[in-house]
Design a binder for this molecule. Sequence first.
Ligand SMILES: [Zn+2]
Length: 437
Amino acid sequence: MTSTLLRGRTLSFVRWPETIDDHSAWRYEEDGGLLISDGRIVASGAYHDVEKQAGEGSKKIDHRPHLLLPGFIDTHVHFPQMQVIASYGAELLDWLNTYTFPEETKFANAQHGRRIARLFLDEMVRHGTTTVAAYCSVHKASAEAFFAESHDRNMLNIAGKVMMDRNAPDGVLDTPQSGYDDTKALIKEWHGKGRQHYAITPRFAITSSPEQMEMAGALCREHPGLHMQTHLSENHAEIAFTQQLYPRSRDYTDIYEHYGLLGKKSLFGHCIHLSEREADALSESGSVAVFCPTSNLFLGSGLFDYQRFRRRDKPLRIAAATDVGGGTNYSMLRTMDEGYKVIALNGEKLNPFQSFWQITRGNAEALSVADKIGTLDQGTDADIVVLDARATPAMRLRMETAQTLAQELFLLQTLGDDRAVREVYVAGRTAKSDMAN
Ligand SMILES: [Zn+2]
């Protein structure tokens, strides 16, 4: 087995960094090495120590002076929305009805699904994202297309066909029974195949009847190890309509609670306008609130209260995500730049170490996959991003005055995008430079 030895400035997190000086929260090697064999990191640390463990035949790749980090993780994204991103002038419900639902009807065509799945994962890799939790369309074929493409690339991805049986055009509706049957078949075919994970995906309470919510709950009970992903408390009109549809529920979260959808592997997109009771229910169940800053700003939905959610007596587990196509950029760097601004509007700060923790180890922990991805630890999968803080003339100029790692990271987040991503490794294989452009 030939191995690969990467050299560069390695950065990986051990835990949440409390402050900018909380050095024991991360591991940084100015001259770091990563030894990769069979898709895994088999040694990690100072280059000269790691080099000793590499065999004679190891392929050496020197990425100095660039940074090597774990590949970025996007915890909420809609792959069928590549052709609605950047659609003008709507809030959530209009945006869905005017742009998104008509677009998603195209995914009844399997060939269209395969084309977009390929272009979507290309775009993710170009931006340094090596894992996503993705919504497919309602069509079984869209999930098949996504998983086939993901499996071909040996990416660790989580995805599911959305379940939706009302309040949308016929072309994007299933039924409680067909949604259940298709989900069952997809789990059987794809979950655990290579690095693929299935997520049970009722789109949200507005587009699922009580009968379908029952079915989603049944699927979660029958497959307790699986992820569940949906949307929660994104905008006021959505919340009001949801309450009308489920008049007996105490609040929006209570609907999902009632059907048994809360839990440690449950991902709730947005969570902007939660009551204290709802936040308590999410916290007590270990559910994850997913922060989607570019989407929340673009659709005018509101400001996710990141630091308060972290600090409350019953803290929330938090993930960060693009939410493309409501989100406006595929890059997790751009996402955290906007995230920083949302947090600033709430009168708080997110320091650069916290930001990079969030899109690597933090998101891996939120997805319960930190034993496999999100760090550069020995024994984990070799999903790695190579970042260049001098990628553009403006970045190069600004780097002349950056003196610390914290400043460099903040510059990467504030000015960086796909141009700052020099290379990406997926399970040890170069993925960005191999891509045909
Ligand atoms: Zn979404």
